[in-house]
Each structure stands twice: as C-alpha cells, then as structure tokens.
Design a protein around this ligand. Structure first.
Ligand code: AMP
Length: 192
C-alpha cells in the first residue's frame, strides 16, 4: 500500500436499515470493462433510454481529483499511476450517489467492481447483489488507441502513454476473479 493510500479512508460507512430498504428494489446493473472499452458512452445511452441513474466512478473521481483538497490531490496521484482508489472511497461514492436518487427505477454503476473485494464489499454494505453484470469486451489495441485519442481531445490527465499501460495492467490482473465470482452467480451478460 502506498503512503498516500494509508491516509485515505479505507473502510466504507455502513448503511442504516432505512437506507438498505431504499436500495432493495431498484434494478442494479454493474458495468465492467477495461479503459476505453466504451462503458461510459454506452451507460449514458442506456441511462437516457431507460431513465436510469448513471453512477460513473471514473467521472466522479476525476471531479473529486480536481478539487484543490488534500483528498482530491491523493486521488489524482493514484489515478495518474493507473492504480485503484481505495475501496472505502468507492463504496461511499456509490451508496451516496444511489441514495441521492431514491426514486430511480434503476442504476448503472459504471466502472465497478474492479476487484473482487469491491464486489464482496458491495454486498456486505448494501445487503444485496446486483441484478445484472455487463462486461464490455474490447481488444487491448483498440483500448490503447481510443484512450490515447481521448487524451488528445478531452485532455484527461490519466489518458496518457505511461498511465494507460499501468491501467491496463491493473485491469487484466484483477478482472478474472471478479468474472468468475459473477459467473458462479449466473449474473454475467457479455456485450461486444
Ligand atoms: P475509468 O474512467 O473508468 O477508466 O477510471 C479512471 C480511473 O479511476 C481508474 O484508472 C482508477 O484509478 C479509478 N477508478 C475508477 N473506477 C474505480 C473503482 N471501481 N475502484 C477503484 N478505482 C477506480
């Protein structure tokens, strides 16, 4: 664990029973895939078409990273290194965003889970599993090409040559156990 990580909250806050109740019935869809696979674009389309709430973790983290705070600065450092932001922060972001749309019929949680601990922690904190886990399959060459192009157009700090290789390494190292976890639960839905 890096020095900066030790100072960020590692543990997510527990939900109160009333909060768990709110999240019992809406449809919950996790959207997984490597950087540049198109999950953000497709989530936006699905959110518009079905009236679902889109919780884009990369986007929320980038907003947080732009804040001039110490916490924002640490998140920015982690993202630039292509590493994962601690699970406690991610789960707090997800539950806070979901609870801020209590009337929503469904949620698209984009960029989650990125490792097995996140998948298990979600079930522990929220008290239920997702309904569907969508996986966007895309070749590594295409992902690299798209991310580098996006870096030039949108100027996202982590869409650059050194960070993309680290992001892909993180993705390929941690992805398989998550897939197996959901395969066993029969929740996987492959999109190509
Ligand atoms: P993305 O825009 O989905 O490619 O995410 C950009 C960066 O945000 C990743 O490289 C990670 O540093 C961070 N990030 C996004 N989602 C997660 C997550 N579920 N867990 C930890 N870090 C994440």
């Amino acid at each position: 664990m890096g020095l900066w990580e030790s100072k960020l909250p590692q543990k997510a806050r527990s939900l109160r029973p009333q909060e768990k109740d709110i999240l019992k019935s809406p449809l919950i869809i996790f959207v997984m895939g490597g950087p540049g696979c198109g999950k953000g674009t497709q989530c936006k389309n699905m959110a518009t078409k079905y009236g679902f709430c889109h919780v884009g973790l990369g986007q929320l983290l980038r907003q947080e990273a732009q804040q001039g705070t110490r916490r924002g600065q640490k998140i920015r450092e982690i993202m630039l290194q292509g590493l994962l932001v601690p699970t406690g922060i991610i789960l707090d972001m997800i539950s806070d965003n979901m609870l801020s749309c209590p009337e929503s019929p469904g949620f698209l949680i984009d960029g989650f889970p990125r490792e097995l601990t996140q998948a298990k922690e979600f079930e522990r904190i929220v008290g239920r599993a997702p309904n569907i886990v969508m996986v966007f399959d895309c070749s590594m060459e295409t992902m690299v090409q798209r991310v580098l192009h996006r870096g030039q157009v949108e100027h996202r700090a982590d869409d650059c040559e050194p960070a993309i290789h680290r992001r892909l390494e993180t993705h390929y190292t941690l992805f398989e156990p998550v897939l197996t976890f959901y395969q066993q639960k029969n929740l996987l839905w492959n999109a190509e």
